[in-house]
Ligand binder design. Structure first.
Ligand code: LRH
Length: 462
């Protein structure tokens, strides 16, 4: 994505898009990180000269290991890999879950870096590793030759204390995790080096080109690009995941918050992203994959809109849906077990998924307000799900609040804005958001009433 930012303008142009396909090998599910890097280089080539800066964001928690020469050891493990099954329970035997939450504020997700490192403890690869770089930091390292650990993404490792915004040495020591594996922390907006001469040569770009640390966790960049006009808003970053919650000034570390599985990830400018992970459009992506298409969802969504609402719902927060494979069957099974009509056709299953996501959005937005003691008047939806009008309308209905949908490419916009302000006049989050509201097309969905039906559907899930 190439961004152009002016005092009153903000434009994004897609210059290259490439798939991110995990690969299953005998040892498990792996990322094709070399394929991703090749895609990044191709994107830079397509972008052409005139770049003031480059910034990388990506998904959370996963990492590559480097040996003493700085070479990558193996393919990074995918967070949906089964190696972390049952690991959290073992960790809690030495640091109780309550203590872990009080120290790190992180939700329990089986794939947090902390659990991945525990699962990898006795592997030859970890024994050989001298450096651990989170995925965006790894790509940045390959582009620049410089190593760092960007803070917003570091906060998803479960090794950061959200109060001090620094490493949680106590947790790491207790669990035998060597924090010296991590490169020094850097903040969004910090310089991250320049494109290496070899990268310039390969992409045909004229140097020098600066590389800037951004909110390198994609969700941090997306939240930065929520076009909110005040403070009383909730956001839902939609895509493979739905990340639903609030932007706060301080973490919420109560036992109630832990029980509700809310996470305190770090955002821009001292903010905390207080949110819950919901399975998101992954549920639908996996069904579409099982059905062998279609690539364009239009017809399927039109048919799903005609299926009666809320006939059956599943718990879209359930980690049982994390692993890939057999998704239509797993959804049907969940409906059967909870005594609801079993959806059969693709349209029925799609409707069940969208109703379930809207229901999970409602629950997360409601719980976040209660747990943080902060009421909201509007829900912002950003990311890929903004293209799904049915999901946006159902979310407005379920939450009983207006939904403002857009921008779709929120992560890319948040990424670009952080670079722009690092290289231009400094502006706060509020200024960035004003620019977004003035320049980005947004769609408003009003709630159509009938929130009782959503309460009743929630009750069916227990
Ligand atoms: C979304 C995301 C999310 C994480 C998950 C692993 O892409 O970064 O915020 O929880 O991937």
């Amino acid at each position: 994505m190439v961004g152009r930012v002016g005092p009153d303008s903000l434009e994004l142009t897609e210059v290259h898009r490439f798939a991110n396909r995990p690969v299953r090998v005998p040892e498990g599910l792996r990322w094709d990180v070399l394929g991703l890097y090749a895609g990044v280089l191709e994107g830079l080539r397509e972008a052409g000269d005139g770049l003031a800066s480059v910034g990388v964001d990506g998904w959370a928690v996963d990492y590559g290991l480097l040996d003493a020469d700085g070479a990558l050891l193996g393919n990074p493990v995918h967070y949906r890999d089964r190696r972390t099954e049952g690991v959290a329970e073992k960790v809690w035997a030495s640091v109780p879950a309550g203590e872990l939450y009080a120290a790190t504020g992180l939700q329990h997700a089986p794939f947090n870096t902390l659990y991945q490192l525990t699962a990898a403890r006795s592997t030859a690869q970890l024994a050989q590793a001298r450096r651990l770089l989170l995925i965006p930091d790894l790509l940045t390292y390959w582009l620049t030759g410089e190593q760092g650990t960007e803070l917003t993404n570091a906060s998803t490792t479960q090794l950061i204390d959200p109060r001090t915004r620094d490493w949680s040495h106590g947790v790491a020591e207790h669990l035998g995790i060597d924090l010296s594996l991590f490169a020094p922390l850097r903040q969004p907006g910090d310089p991250a080096g320049e494109l290496r001469p070899e990268v310039l040569e390969e992409t045909g770009l004229a140097g020098p080109v600066a590389v800037t640390a951004v909110g390198s966790h994609d969700t941090a960049s997306a939240v930065a690009a929520v076009p909110a006009t005040g403070e009383r808003f909730a956001y839902i970053c939609t895509g493979t995941w739905s990340l639903a919650g609030l932007e706060l000034d301080a973490p919420v570390l109560t036992e109630e918050s832990r029980a509700a599985n809310f996470t305190n990830e770090l955002g821009l400018d001292g903010t905390v992203r207080y949110l819950r992970n919901i399975m998101g459009l992954w549920l639908l992506q996996e069904c579409v994959r099982a059905w062998g298409g279609p690539d364009a969802l239009g017809t399927l969504l039109l048919e799903a809109a005609k299926v009666p609402a809320l006939r059956s719902v599943v718990d879209a927060g359930d980690a049982a849906f994390l692993a890939p494979g057999r998704m239509p069957e797993r959804i049907a099974e969940a409906c059967r077990v909870s005594g609801q009509p079993v959806p059969g056709s693709p349209a029925e299953i799609t409707r069940c998924i969208l109703d379930s996501l809207a229901l999970a959005h409602r629950r997360a937005v409601g719980d976040a307000q209660r747990l943080a003691g902060r009421a909201v008047d509007v829900v912002h939806i950003v990311g890929g799900g903004t293209r799904n009008a049915l999901l946006c309308q159902l979310t407005a209905d379920a939450c009983g609040l207006p939904v403002v949908a857009g921008p779709t490419e929120a992560a890319a916009l948040g990424n670009v804005l952080v670079q722009a302000r690092a290289h231009g006049p400094a502006g706060g989050l509020a200024g960035m958001r004003r620019l977004l509201t003035r320049t980005q097309p947004l769609t408003r969905y009003e709630p159509r009433g009938g929130t009782r039906r959503w309460e009743a559907a929630q009750a069916r899930l227990g």
